[in-house]
Design a binder for this molecule. Sequence first.
Ligand SMILES: NC(=O)c1ccc[n+]([C@@H]2O[C@H](COP(=O)([O-])OP(=O)(O)OC[C@H]3O[C@@H](n4cnc5c(N)ncnc54)[C@H](OP(=O)(O)O)[C@@H]3O)[C@@H](O)[C@H]2O)c1
Length: 332
Amino acid sequence: MILVTGAAGMVGSHLLDVFSEGELFRTDLEEEPGIHRMDIRNHDEVMSVVGQVRPRLVIHLAAETDVDRCEREPDHAYRSNAMGTLTVASACQRYDAEMVYISTTALFDGLKPEPYTEFDAPAPQTVYARSKWEGEKIVQSLLSRHYVVRAGWMFGGRAKDKKFVGKIAALCMRQDSGTNEIKAVNDKFGSPTYARDLLHTTKLLSESGLFGLYHVVNTGSCTRYEMAVEIAKILGGHVKVVPVTSDAFVLSAPRAQSEAARSYKIELLGLKHVREWREALQDYLGSWAIHTGTAAPNAFNGDLLAKAMAAGASAAHDLTPPNGREAGSDAP
Ligand SMILES: NC(=O)c1ccc[n+]([C@@H]2O[C@H](COP(=O)([O-])OP(=O)(O)OC[C@H]3O[C@@H](n4cnc5c(N)ncnc54)[C@H](OP(=O)(O)O)[C@@H]3O)[C@@H](O)[C@H]2O)c1
């Protein structure tokens, strides 16, 4: 059995694309169909649930991912992301489970011109990044059988996607007259990471026995502006994407110049090629369109979308409907 924390979130909503329902015990803050309650800040609750389920593997997704909230409420950030991880890791230690901890590529100083690898030293600049890095260190010090998996700019969630890609996609599909203008930041870089691809590669890693720290991001890097342009290209629609500098948006937490990363250890091991981000984005938008039901193929000029939807439809017949909840504001 695989126990998952934070299973109702964006990444969690792709679990059933990759794992069978029977092998999963999914948990989150609130109970909902298919998901059991487990608050990772509650030591007794975590010990009791893990003690009853006795998983062979725990995939720890639960976190406070609202970067600006973390900056404003550091106690909450450290309680959730560091101490919550301590609780989950101690339960794994007590009940002899392996652990996957999903971390972030946002924990570097942001100054490196090339994508960051696992061999670069973290220098987190925000409370969110510091709290996630503390989580990494806790997992690494408590458990020898762990996988720390750092992801980049995450996208996914389909019908419940209220983050960057979901917002831009919804604007693209608006059927009102006139052209919608979308402003997107063009001076900060990251590596998009499709939640489904992240889980696929994580599954592969967890079957390898090659414990340790890994970056798992789609290949390539871009700005949010370049991502928005790509979304508009795939979906069509009457939108004009306008590049702006990051000072156009006032945010509580500073965003690093670069969070771009490379899945370097996976490349070196020859384990798996994580596909290029544009291909993953096209695939996701096809699945997003099917699940939201808001997009008709060939509406506007979305030939690429029609192709992605056709691919999604052939893969979708055996998928359980998405179970993700509304996501909070974007993680880095
Ligand atoms: N999103 C990104 O861009 C990104 C990038 C890199 C790495 N990551 C990491 O990837 C993992 C999954 O992220 P995601 O994008 O799926 O985030 P998400 O959509 O915010 O999902 C996280 C889930 O964890 C739940 N949760 C929060 N506090 C909890 C607690 N104390 N006990 C149990 N559950 C709790 C959340 O519930 P509520 O919604 O009710 O709070 C939510 O359902 C996180 O560890 C995150 O740090 C995310």
